[in-house]
Design a protein around this ligand. Structure first.
Ligand code: ATP
Ligand code: MG
Length: 193
C-alpha cells in the first residue's frame, strides 16, 4: 500500500452497465482547441477497416501543400479519400467563390452519406464550414439524422455548434493544455501530418 495521498485504489467493481442496447450506427464528434481531433478520427478509420468496412474520408479543409501521410496510407488500404477544400481561395474578398466551393463540398458529402455504400464516413474539419457560415447547419443535421441505418459518422473540427453536439452520440472535446507550436516548434512530419 502506498502512503502517497495522490495514489488511488483501483476500482473493484466492473464499471460496465448491464442490459445495454445495441445500435446499427453511431455519430462521433471530436471538437475542441487541442490536438487530436483528426488523428482520433483516423484511429476509428483503422478500426472500421479492420472489420472489413468500406470507409470514406472527406476532408473539407485541405492542409496546405503538405503530403498528408494519413491520406497515402488510407488510399493504400482502400479508403475512398476526397479532399473537398481544394478550391478555397482563403481570400475574404472572394466569399462567394469560397461559399460555392463549401456548398459543393457539402453536397458531395451528403450524397456519400445518402448512398449508404460506406459503413464509416469521416467528415474531417466539417465544423469550420458551419462556423464560417458557408453552409447551413440545418441540412447537415437532417442528413446525419436521416442517414441509412448502418452508416457511422465521425465529424471533426473546432467550435462545433451546439446542435451538432446534441445530435451526436459521443462527443469529445480535445482541450489545449500545451502544444509544441506554442514554443515555436513547427509542424512535425509523422506527428502532425
Ligand atoms: P491532428 O490532425 O494532429 O489530430 P487536430 O485535428 O486536432 O490535429 P486541427 O485544428 O485540425 O487539429 O489542426 C491541424 C494541425 O494543427 C495539426 O498539425 C496539429 O498538430 C496542429 N494543431 C492542433 N491543435 C493545435 C493547437 N492547439 N495549437 C497549435 N497547433 C495545433
Ligand atoms: Mg484536424
Amino acid at each position: 500500500m502506498s502512503d502517497d495521498p495522490t495514489v488511488e485504489t483501483p476500482p473493484t467493481e466492473d464499471p460496465r452497465r448491464d442490459g445495454g442496447r445495441t445500435v446499427k450506427s453511431l455519430v462521433l464528434l471530436n471538437t475542441g482547441d487541442g490536438k487530436g481531433k483528426s488523428t482520433a478520427a483516423f484511429g476509428v478509420m483503422i478500426r472500421g477497416l479492420a472489420q472489413g468496412w468500406k470507409v470514406a474520408v472527406l476532408q473539407f479543409v485541405k492542409s496546405g501543400d503538405w503530403q498528408v501521410g494519413e491520406e497515402k496510407i488510407g488510399r493504400r488500404l482502400g479508403v475512398d479519400w476526397q479532399s473537398l477544400g481544394e478550391g478555397f481561395t482563403w481570400d475574404s474578398d472572394d466569399l462567394t467563390h469560397d461559399q460555392a466551393v463549401a456548398r459543393a463540398a457539402w453536397d458531395t458529402a451528403k450524397a456519400v452519406i445518402e448512398a449508404g455504400e460506406h459503413r464509416l464516413v469521416i467528415l474531417d474539419e466539417l465544423t469550420y464550414l458551419l462556423t464560417w457560415g458557408w453552409i447551413e447547419t440545418e441540412p447537415v443535421l437532417e442528413a446525419i439524422a436521416g442517414r441509412p441505418d448502418h452508416v457511422n459518422i465521425v465529424i471533426t473540427g473546432r467550435d462545433a455548434p451546439q446542435a451538432l453536439i446534441d445530435i451526436a452520440d459521443t462527443v469529445t472535446e480535445m482541450r489545449h493544455v500545451k502544444h509544441a507550436y506554442d514554443s515555436g516548434i513547427v509542424a512535425k512530419k509523422g506527428i502532425d501530418y
